[in-house]
Ligand binder design. Structure first.
Ligand code: HEC
Length: 137
């Protein structure tokens, strides 16, 4: 009787330990990002049409791919460790926005989407990246 009780307590402790371990090991759900407040002056911003998508692809690989993934699915190597879920850039909802909105999100950013205004200063390079995102659909 005594032995059975000890075994029972033993098994319960093991089960408890496994539960506690899982609470830490299993990643918590990522936050689904809400709507962006894009200022009107960015929304209506005109693409200068001087950014070429091939240059954009190269810059994207350097600055964006680590989170957004090579094809824009939001599956880059850093994506899993972020608290915010990255939406796919191939999505029709993403593609439906104006170039200016994509520009604002890409270079001003918010929270875990870094600000690139100091890293990518050339206007043509910025538009090249926006134009590259248009090729992802
Ligand atoms: C450190 C990881 C990281 C890097 C690097 C990064 N992003 Fe992001 N990006 C995010 C996250 C996280 C979000 C979602 C943020 C949110 O909704 O609050 C996001 C969102 C965006 C969005 C908005 C997507 C939508 O659904 O409308 C665009 C556009 C974007 N990023 C472009 C870029 C571009 C262009 C680069 C490179 C110049 C870049 N990002 C680099 C993490 C990153």
């Amino acid at each position: 009787m005594k032995r059975t009780l000890r075994n029972l307590i033993g098994s319960l402790s093991v089960i408890l330990a496994v539960f506690i371990l899982f609470a830490f090991v299993v990643p918590q759900d990522q936050k689904v990002s809400g709507a962006w407040a894009v200022p009107a002056k960015y929304k209506s911003m005109k693409n200068n049409q001087k950014g070429d998508a091939a240059t954009g692809k190269m810059l994207y690989a350097k600055h964006c791919k680590s989170c957004h993934g090579g094809t824009g699915l939001g599956d880059g190597p850093k994506a899993g460790s972020l608290k915010t879920k990255i939406n796919s850039l191939k999505d029709s909802k993403f593609q439906a926005q104006s170039d200016g909105e994509i520009y604002f999100k890409s270079f001003v950013g918010r929270d875990e989407m870094p600000n690139f205004e100091k890293k990518i200063v050339d206007e043509d390079e910025r538009w090249a990246i926006v134009n590259f995102t248009r090729t992802l659909k």
